[in-house]
Write a protein of this length. Sequence first.
Length: 303
Amino acid sequence: ARILNVGIAQLGPISRNESRQDVVVRLVALMEDAARMGCDLVVYPEAALTAFFPHWWIDDEDELDSWFERAMPNPAVQPLFDAARRLKVGFHLGYAELAFEDGRKRRFNTAILVGKDGEIIGKYRKIHLPGYTDRRPGDPFQNLEKRYFEVGNLGFPVWHAFGGRVGMMICNDRRWPESYRVMGLQGAELILLGYNTPVHNPAMPETDDLGNFHNQLVMQSGAYQNGTWVVGVARAGVEEGVDQIGQSCVIAPSGEVVVQCTTLGDELQVARCDLDLCNSYKTSIFNFAKHRRPEHYGLIVER
Ligand code: ING
């Protein structure tokens, strides 16, 4: 058995004027609880350092950039890295990344995996960006991720970490089977993701009552079909007028939900994840080498 004690650190709303420092105090408190409960790893949500600003129209570039991190770690977030090292607890953190690459300013919706020594193991940049680029004044809130972020350019990497094969995705990525399969093909045994999912989808209001169902449907499918653990952590509750689902959860390779949050605030739950439970799925029913027929899948990668 390769047991990993994984803490899901769901966050309640972060207000527009809550400082990074104030948010980091909340994150450290959750990490200290997790350490008391013997966690090896704590998973925070997507864009966990600020309110989810893609819900708002921002036309001033300096204001937009104020929601991004120019370096990671940086002074505001350093206390979280220090706590990780002190408590010997690794973590996953989602944040808005401002980078200068290829001679230009670039913005990504990013997540990092940090080890028990407080060092960054890997980084992922969100590939499936939902929403749109132009303002929709008639909608109760916006989803301007396609405007504020570039499509991630790091692929779907899987790292050897925490005694297993660990990958990351972000929010909307979890709705796309390809995200799980690309990592499954790399032997992923634990996939970490954060999400900001409004209850109301202005484009499809008829699905509003299905938000929690669809949330777990896609993660349970991805876990089972790739013989991997999947950890999904929400930023929940009514944040600046936008009601977001909670239901953070840990899903086993069987597809079963083993742990779930039940509030819409800051909430820690802990799951004992035996990474060896992946083995039987990966060597029998989902033995890719034996059963997959990629010669018939060409359409999947055509544009
Ligand atoms: N948010 C949402 C998500 O994919 C969404 C967008 C909501 C898509 C509801 C479809 C239905 O969970 C992010 N940040 O991707």
